[in-house]
Ligand binder design. Structure first.
Ligand code: SF4
Ligand code: SF4
Length: 471
């Protein structure tokens, strides 16, 4: 997203003197990143755009007559395409979180902070906000100067436009996020006509403000000071992990030199132009070694590669490499650690798939009528009354046959079939009639079973008792 051409360093601007005193003074207080183009930035663009598009488009997709992805907290139902999840499916959510964690561990062990640099929402949204900043306030040096200028109409106009741009993106992000929980086709018109539910409106505002502050102001501080993953991800690193590294052996001793000029054999390849520092969104100097603030965005690789190309030196002074590769050893992807992560991933994914495909789409619970243990009925028979809670978790209207097991010659009064709407919970009473003389115990254990009439494998059971008077 950092694509402003005027901000990309020019061949003639590589001497250390060009860095400017402004940079050194300003770096610690506020980071003014220089836009950079290059191979890895194109890669980030290609990964960032599909994710952004997915985020903004997904809530607008419809499946039959409902939103395809909707976490409807009001009725405690989560719709993901043609699957509907209920609170009882919480174990599946736990599986998803564990699978995501192991996938992240495996990726981090091999490719370092790939998630942080390419796909983390904080990184992606910060890149959008930086792009807007550059559009309205100009290149890095222009922004530094603008901030130092006294207030003027020109400065006010540029700042206002930037903040309007940020606010627009933040608001769209907030509305979209809440649109995953409240049907977005209903939410947006309500918001525009000021008739939205106050609860939904508060959450839209909360999420919009959080986006505005995180991507506009906090930026790298979220990664360096707030994100817990940044703190413990180094535990997953080993000598084979690919990390953004400065090749000090090749680069040192650093110092300026003429372009394509004869190089002092004792001098390293780094010309100390500090472009790698100027492009770094977290404001660190990769030449100081691996630092936890480095999010692996590879901006410094593209920056240094552009300098090396201009100096006529081979690229890769700053590169993705492993400690083993730097030491001339082979980088191994399949280490015991990565194999362990992959094995855990396979086990968890298998368990998740089994749980998902074996889960029943019907649920049944039974409670006895607490008013009376039994009711007398004609011809010496007795009745027991129960309340059944039958949930149809499928996506279509379903008819169930109610069966009772555990008693001979039991009659279900009022019919033994019941129809439940798609995704609905039906509570209904049922009366069983039996001959007490045929029951061996005062409290006979019985089993209620609801069997789908369209798909017999969809059944649910619930236990209860049939009470008779003492004979
Ligand atoms: S050091 Fe390089 S890879 Fe790390 S955050 Fe800075 S620019 Fe990105
Ligand atoms: S590592 Fe590359 S970009 Fe950084 S100062 Fe040295 S030559 Fe410049």
């Amino acid at each position: 997203m950092n694509s402003q051409h005027e901000d990309v360093i020019a061949v003639d601007a590589i001497a250390p003197a060009e860095v400017g005193e402004l940079d050194k003074q300003q770096r610690r207080e506020k980071i003014y990143t220089r836009a950079m183009e290059g191979y890895f930035q194109r890669l980030r663009l290609y990964t960032g755009w599909p994710l952004l598009l997915g985020y903004f488009v997904l809530p607008w997709l419809m499946l039959r007559d409902r939103q395809a992805v909707l976490f409807d907290l009001s009725v405690r139902k989560f719709h993901v395409l043609n699957l509907t999840f209920w609170p009882q499916d919480l174990v599946l959510l736990a599986f998803i979180l564990i699978i995501a964690a192991f996938a992240l561990f495996a990726v981090t062990a091999v490719w370092g902070r790939l998630w942080c640099g390419y796909t983390c929402p904080q990184t992606v949204w910060t890149a959008i906000f930086m792009y807007i900043e550059q559009r309205f306030e100009g290149s890095r040096n222009q922004r530094i100067k603008l901030d130092q200028e006294p207030l003027s109409w020109r400065k006010l106009r540029k700042k206002t436009l930037k903040h309007c741009g940020w606010a627009l993106v933040a608001a769209l992000t907030g509305v979209t996020f809440i649109g995953y929980f409240v049907p977005i086709r209903q939410l947006l018109p309500e918001l525009l006509s000021f008739s939205a539910d106050p609860g939904a409106l508060s959450f839209v505002l909360l999420f919009s403000v959080a986006t505005y502050l995180n991507a506009g102001y906090l930026r790298e501080k979220v990664c360096t000071d707030m994100c817990p993953y940044a703190k413990f991800q180094s535990v997953m690193f080993d000598k084979n992990t690919l990390v953004v590294t400065y090749n000090a052996e090749r680069g040192e001793p650093r110092g300026s030199r003429k372009r394509f000029g004869t190089k002092d054999p004792h001098q390293g390849d780094c010309i100390d132009c500090e472009l790698c520092v100027q492009v770094c969104p977290t404001g660190i100097d990769i030449r100081a070694g691996l630092q936890y603030e480095c999010i692996g965005c590879a901006l410094c690789i593209d920056a240094c590669d552009s300098i090396m190309a201009k100096m006529g030196s081979p690229k890769g002074l700053v590169s993705y490499t492993s400690e083993n590769a730097l030491a001339g050893r082979q980088t191994r992807v399949l280490t015991p650690k990565t194999l362990g992560y992959v094995a855990a991933l396979v086990v968890m994914t298998t368990l998740f798939s089994l749980s998902l495909f074996n889960r029943s789409s019907v649920e049944l619970s039974v409670s006895r009528d607490r008013g009376q243990l039994f009711l007398p009925a004609p011809q010496g028979l007795i009745d027991n009354v129960y309340e059944l809670h039958l949930t149809n978790r499928s996506d279509q209207i379903e008819t169930y046959r109610i069966e009772v097991e555990g008693m001979a010659q039991v009659a279900i009064l009022g019919g033994d079939t019941i129809t439940v709407l798609a995704g609905d919970l039906l509570e209904f009473g049922i009366r069983l009639r039996a001959d007490p003389k045929l029951l061996p115990l005062p409290g006979t254990p019985i089993l209620f079973r609801a069997v789908s009439t369209s798909y017999a494998a969809d059944t649910a059971e619930a236990e209860s008792r049939f009470i008779r008077p003492t004979l």
